[in-house]
Design a protein around this ligand. Structure first.
Ligand SMILES: Cc1ncc(COP(=O)(O)O)c(C=O)c1O
Length: 315
């Protein structure tokens, strides 16, 4: 990935080296006859191509958090996630590259056999702590890098999914890579941090839409408002679609899986059914319903996370 000169001078050298080695996130048009009929164009920004592990929104969100952590003299990064967490997967790998210890608080009981994601975490040196669901909920309360109780000197806390304001800066940079005209940006949502980054950085008069991967995620609106409250947004119109969760986080049905299979076969782009697959299903549905006006151009973000496919069918 090309790193602009002004960024190079400010950032940690190890992170610059990492970013320079990343792949290029291209923008590809997704063509379907019904889109032509509706006069709507859909493009996919392929952040999944950035890296096989630190892919999609992972690098975008982690970049400035890691820069801050390194500038604070951090020797250990501590974070939390589920047993198939893309966030912990990217963090463990990055920690190994940067020579920083990592600790992962994993939701639920320790399984007898570690799944492929957890094995990777362990192999990359992450210390795994399995915590009960109630302890996990408690951890969600600690939203700042220094807020985890009993944190020792040199330890740095990252809330679930890297949901802190610093993550928004890295997400914002992906907009600099878009060199075409567009009307609407779409992104899948877990914590909605990536969406918040796009809301803040999108140029004026763009619509920014999130697609929640979770059921009953109305709380995201408050979370987003909280994340963007200190940023100078352009008052773009934004909205979170809450009805494309397919029964809840990591849940899926044959309709979704069929959609993904057909999409992959036709467009030769790999998807996963937890985030980007659900978002694209939602966008297709909305275009068919006439939600978008003729002439509109939509850019959807492929947020990567393809490693999650290893657990998507038994999560
Ligand atoms: C592949 C992928 N896409 C989308 C998301 C959702 O991102 P956010 O938590 O910023 O909404 C995640 C979770 O971080 C993810 O792993």
């Amino acid at each position: 990935m090309h790193v602009p000169k002004d960024r190079e001078t400010k950032m940690n050298k190890q992170l610059i080296a990492l970013e320079t080695a990343l792949g290029q996130s291209t923008i590809e048009q997704i063509k379907e006859p019904f889109m032509l009929e509706r006069g709507v164009e859909l493009y996919l920004k392929r952040d999944d191509l950035l890296h096989p592990i630190i892919s999609g929104n992972k690098w975008r969100k982690l970049k400035y958090i890691l820069d801050h952590a390194l500038s604070c003299g951090t020797h250990t990064l501590i974070s939390m996630g589920g047993a198939y967490s893309n966030h912990l997967h990217a963090l463990a790998y990055t920690g190994k590259i940067l020579g920083i210890k990592t600790v992962g608080m994993i939701r639920g009981e320790q399984p007898q056999n570690l799944n492929a994601t957890l094995k990777d975490l362990q192999q990359w040196g992450m210390q795994l702590h399995f915590v009960s669901r109630s302890e996990y909920r408690q951890l969600r309360e600690y939203k700042q890098f220094d807020s985890l109780p009993k944190l020792k000197k040199g330890e740095y806390w990252l809330p679930e999914g890297g949901a802190v304001e610093l993550a928004l800066q890295g997400v914002a940079e992906l907009l600099d890579e878009i060199d075409m005209d567009y009307d609407c940006l779409c992104v899948p949502c877990g914590t909605a941090t990536t969406l918040a980054g796009l809301i803040c950085a999108a140029p004026q008069n763009k619509q920014v839409l999130g697609f929640s991967a979770l059921k009953g995620a109305g709380f995201l609106i408050d979370d987003i408002n909280c994340l963007i409250k200190y940023s100078s947004c352009h008052n773009n119109e934004w909205f979170v679609h809450l009805d494309y969760h397919f029964g809840g986080f990591a849940k899926q049905n044959s309709e979704l899986l069929q959609f993904i299979k057909q999409f992959e076969e036709k467009h030769l782009i790999p998807l996963e059914p937890i985030y980007t697959g659900k978002m694209l299903y939602g966008i297709y549905d909305l275009i068919q319903q006439g939600y978008f006006k003729a002439g509109q151009k939509i850019i959807a973000l492929h947020t990567g996370g393809l490693q999650g496919n290893r657990g998507a069918f038994n999560a």
